[in-house]
Design a protein around this ligand. Structure first.
Ligand SMILES: [Mg+2]
Length: 238
């Protein structure tokens, strides 16, 4: 039995470049609006939609933990403000969101990401932990991940302890038998370390450590180096 039983993975910017997929998904949303409700596309170019997003968030701060609900609400409001009634705006917003959501899952994995998950899944229970709205099942990552937890599921995102603790509970594992892998120094590394988990910082852009108080257990500059980092942590844990 390995010393490390569970490995939790962040998704966006750990397994794929989220900015890249978001740009394409927003283009797809805008094309759909242009074709189906052109007055909305005209009134709400990307910047105007961002302003509306800020306004919706100011009214409902909790929506930051449920990005799907937030985006659907922003689209709905934009359509409403162009004179559509509640029912029609709701139906249009549902279809517009579905267009966006489908495109949001057209991710391009970082080199070696799927192979790495396959390797790790042979000897460890893997789980996805995301503050975003990518659905690991929609990506067929349930081949590797036994379960996934999103900030929308628990009502608060990383770095709060809730998602990490929920993962440990569901995996029936202690924090010292678990590693969290992620790209974000605060949300992933500091958050996981604070509940006592080991951490692997995926630092693909060679960023400097921004704070001397955050110390990942290991750092990798390519996702394919994660299994070796896991082994190093396991050997140190014996
Ligand atoms: Mg991330």
């Amino acid at each position: 039995m390995p010393a490390i039983k569970v490995i939790t993975f962040d998704l966006d910017n750990t397994l794929w470049d989220v900015e890249r997929v978001m740009i394409k998904a927003e283009q797809r949303l805008h094309s759909w609006l242009t074709a189906e409700v052109p007055e909305v596309a005209e009134h709400y170019a990307r910047d105007a939609l961002n302003e509306l997003r800020m306004a919706v968030l100011a009214e409902n701060p909790d929506l930051i933990h449920d990005l799907s609900k937030l985006r659907r609400e922003v689209i709905y409001r934009a359509i409403r403000e162009c004179g559509y009634g509640h029912g029609e705006a709701g139906s249009l917003a549902d279809v517009a969101f579905a267009e966006f959501y489908e495109a949001r899952h057209r991710v391009e994995y970082f080199e070696g990401a799927l192979e790495t998950l396959a390797t790790l899944a042979e000897n460890h229970l893997l789980c996805a932990l995301t503050n975003g709205n990518a659905d690991f099942k929609k990506l067929h990552l349930d081949r590797f991940f036994s379960f996934g937890i999103s900030s929308a599921d628990v009502g608060v995102g990383k770095p709060a302890p809730d998602m990490f603790i929920e993962a440990l509970t569901r995996a029936k594992t202690q924090a010292h038998e678990a590693i969290h892998v992620g790209d974000h120094l605060i949300d992933d590394i500091q958050g996981a370390a604070e509940v006592g988990m080991h951490t692997i910082w995926v630092n693909l852009k060679d960023q400097p450590l921004s704070s001397s108080t955050i110390k990942p257990s290991a750092t990798v500059n390519a996702i394919r180096n994660v299994p070796a980092a896991v082994l190093t942590i396991e050997q140190a844990s014996w």
